[in-house]
Structures are given as C-alpha cells and as structure tokens.
Design a protein around this ligand. Structure first.
Ligand code: FAD
Length: 415
C-alpha cells in the first residue's frame, strides 16, 4: 500500500459544512437532492447524463411509502409480515416521523403518485422542478456522463459521494479495495430468477386481472403462459395499459433480439406467441375491445440483486490510504444498491433516500456508525425484498404447473 498523504487521516465525522455529489438524477437521485438541499450546511452537486426525461412507462408508488402510522406501513398482507419480523418498532416509528417532517409540497406529490399509475418522466420532471424552485437553492447541476475516474477526481476529503445511477451502478463494484475487486461483480450478489419476454400493449377498453383471470385465460396454454405482471394493468379513463410476461428458456433468450414486435414473435417462436394471442383473444371476447397500436416486446433476465457493501466502509476499515474513498464516504442509493423485478423499486429507492438524508443530517454521529447504520438498513430492506421476490417466484412456478398435479407436488415443500 502506498504511504498515506497528510489528507488521508481517517475521517472521524462529517464536517459541519459538506459538499454532497449525487451522481444520477433518476427518481432516487432527485428525491435525495431535494431532501438534502434544505439541510443546513449542505451543498449538492447533481450530475446527470440524460438531457431530457423521456421514460413514459406507467409506474406505481407503493402505499407504504406515504403511510402515516406504523399500522398503515405494514398494511400489505405479505410485505407487512416481513416488515414486522425484520424491523424493530422504534425503527418503523422513525421512518414515519421522517415522512411527517418532509416539506408539505413534496409530501403532497408523493401522496398523489401513490393513488394510481403515473408516467415515470412526470415523477422525474416534478421532482426536478421542485429542486429548481427551492430557495435558497444550494444545488449545482452538471449535464455529463460521470466515469469512475471522474467520480474519484471530484472528491475533496470530507465530501460525500452518492451513487444513484441505477441498476448498472457506476460504483457498486468499486466499493471494495483493489485486490478484492478483480472479478466482475466483485461487490454484487445476483440471483437469476428466470428469463422472460415482457409484452406491453394498449387496449381500448377497461381490463382488470386477478389470479382467477390469469388461470382461466391460460387454460389452453399448457407450456408457455402469458401472465399480466402484479398490478400491471391500468385504465386511465380511455385505454388500459397492460404489461405481461412469458417465461422462456435461456436458449430462447439467446436466440431473440433484445426488442421486437408481435409479428416477429409469431414468425420465430409461434408457440410462445400462441400463449399471448390466446390470452388476448379471451380479453377481447370478454370486454369487446381492440389492441391499439403494436405490441412492444423485450426479452430480459429477471435478476434479484444487492450490493454486498452499500457504502465504502471497507476502505475506512482498511485504514489510512491515498484512495479517495478512504476520506470521502460513498453510498449507493436506489437501484444501484438493491433491485428486484417483483418489488416496487422506486418506493424502495425513495425510502432509502429518506433514510440517507436523515443520516447525513446527523453531523455528530461518528462516520463509522453512520456507515454501519446505512449498511444495516439496506440489509434489512434486502431481506424484505428477497423474501417477497422468492415467494412470488415460487407461486409463479406453482401456477405454471397447476394443471399437472405430479409436477405441482414436486415443487411443494410442506412441513
Ligand atoms: C418496464 C418497467 C416497469 C417498472 N415499473 C415500476 C413500477 O410500477 N413501480 C416501481 O416502483 N418501479 C418500477 N420499475 C423500476 C423503476 O423504474 C426503477 O426502480 C427506478 O427507475 C430506479 O430509480 P433510480 O433513480 O434508482 O435509477 P434510474 O431510474 O435508473 O436512474 C439512474 C439515473 O442515473 C443516470 N446515470 C446513469 N449512469 C450515469 C453516469 N455515469 N453519469 C451520469 N448519470 C448517469 C441515468 O441517466 C438515470 O437518469 C419498472 C421498471 C421497468 C423496466
């Protein structure tokens, strides 16, 4: 290890005036910036590579995000049990107290998004506008692609760096000291759940789906089944937005382009297409509507993942060094820390932004404790996400064998 320079003495606490670099202005980076900008003694540099917010996909915000009591926070039948098992009551109470201390305009926005579906870019634009309108402002924006080298070079000892660059996080695999970081995914735990095609379309009638409907409309689909994703049908008064998945094999995944339409699927994978077409024909039979425009199809692996270290704690633990992360704490927030295809990740990322902003506000806490508290919090959120995601995947596997009792029994573990 090179000799430590005079600036590299271990940082004990965050200074009273701090500069926070937030890399990535997606929903999570924006909420963090908005929460940090009203803290005394904090200035924020916000970096984003996109020029415009163009992601129009409809997303939902989970009701627990705007809960006003511990009871309503745990209202979801499945997630509520996990929350009760993982978090202690004072932790939950602190989370509710933080929500209640947020500026009223921000709080009203979150509540309005939790009422139904909302385009992702309208969430991003609203948060971005709120940041620009706040007085005093304290936020400097930079429109640039930040590289790992840039991120390291921008740090002065005592600065805080937050990586909110999404699932392909800029820094996740750089948070472990060099000798451990040789391997790809050095700091990433990944669980591949399955490969799927995701089919999205607009339908000219109201259409809702539940587990009975998923079953009944797939009765003639013995192998491939088209399954509307949990809570992924939405009627906006004139059209329904429908998103569904079909499980495919790894070989089929490899043989498909990343993006295609219904015609391509029918010509190249007729059996897969048939399951989707049968399902859609039954929707039409019931509700007498038509598909509007084309089917949009992407093929993706569904991965559940987490950063084994969601902070730069390992650099601190390794003792004084010249590495910038030894004197400037780094945090991962949002999709860069945890992700699951079956969990409302924006809400998870928003909660993590609230927790991190609450920690940065406590300038008297020793830095080691600060990092440990954040790590523990992210680990608990991971347990919650992991449990729910595995349960949904298991239920989905059972569903796919529901007409084959022997195959079904093989997948059951009773007692
Ligand atoms: C089809 C689909 C449907 C979904 N539906 C829902 C839903 O209903 N509810 C829900 O909660 N979630 C949903 N999600 C997931 C949700 O979109 C993500 O969890 C969320 O966008 C993550 O927010 P983030 O801010 O952490 O990361 P991102 O949204 O990925 O934002 C990261 C930002 O960082 C910027 N960036 C990246 N690298 C750099 C760099 N090097 N330099 C500068 N800037 C950089 C990017 O341009 C981007 O703006 C869905 C996802 C998909 C694909």
């Amino acid at each position: 290890m090179p000799p430590a320079n005079p600036d590299s003495a271990a940082l004990e606490r965050l200074p009273s005036d701090i500069r926070v670099h937030v890399v990535g202005a997606g929903p999570v980076g924006l909420l963090l910036t908005e929460l940090l900008q009203s803290l005394e003694g904090v200035s924020v540099n916000l970096y984003e590579k996109r020029r415009e917010y163009t992601r129009t996909r409809m997303v939902t915000i989970a009701p627990y995000l705007v809960a006003d009591s511990v009871e309503s926070y745990g209202a979801d039948a499945i997630d509520g049990d996990s929350v009760g098992a993982i978090f202690d009551p004072p932790e939950l109470e602190q989370g509710i107290a933080f929500r209640q201390s947020m500026p009223s305009d921000l709080s009203a926005m979150l509540k309005s998004w939790a009422l139904g579906f909302c385009p992702l870019n309208s969430i991003e634009r609203s948060l971005s506008d709120l940041i620009d309108e706040r007085e005093p402002n304290g936020v400097r924006r930079a429109g640039a692609v930040v590289t790992v080298e840039d991120a390291m070079a921008m740090l002065q000892p005592g600065d805080v760096l937050i990586d909110s660059t999404g699932s392909r996080s800029l820094l996740r695999d750089h948070l472990v000291p060099r000798s451990d970081a040789e391997a790809e995914d050095a700091n990433t735990l990944k669980v591949r759940l399955e490969y799927v095609i995701v089919v999205t379309f607009l339908y000219g009638q109201r259409y809702d789906c539940n587990e009975y409907c998923k079953y009944a409309k797939n009765i003639e689909n013995p192998h491939y089944k088209f399954i509307p994703m949990v809570h992924r049908t939405h009627y906006d008064g004139s059209v329904s937005h429908v998103t569904g998945v079909i499980n495919i094999s790894a070989q089929e995944y490899e043989a498909m382009p990343s993006r295609f339409d219904g015609e391509w699927l029918r010509s190249n994978f007729p059996e897969v297409a048939q399951s989707m077409d049968r399902f859609i024909a039954k929707i039409k039979e019931e509700t007498h509507g038509e598909i509007l425009g084309d089917l949009e199809i992407v093929r993706i692996p569904l991965d559940l993942y987490r950063a084994r270290n969601a902070t730069s704690r390992q650099f601190l633990a390794a003792g004084p060094s010249d590495h910038p992360f030894a004197t400037s704490p780094v945090f991962l927030a949002g999709d860069s820390a945890i992700g699951s295809p079956y969990f409302q990740s924006i809400s998870l990322g928003f909660e993590c932004a609230m927790f991190l902003a609450g920690l940065i506000a406590q300038r008297d806490v020793p830095l080691r404790d600060l990092l440990d508290r954040y790590e523990l919090y992210i680990y608990k959120q991971w347990l919650r996400v992991y449990m729910r995601s595995k349960m949904i995947k298991h239920n989905k596997d059972l569903f796919e064998s529901v007409d084959d009792p022997l195959a079904l029994l093989e997948k059951l573990h009773i007692y």
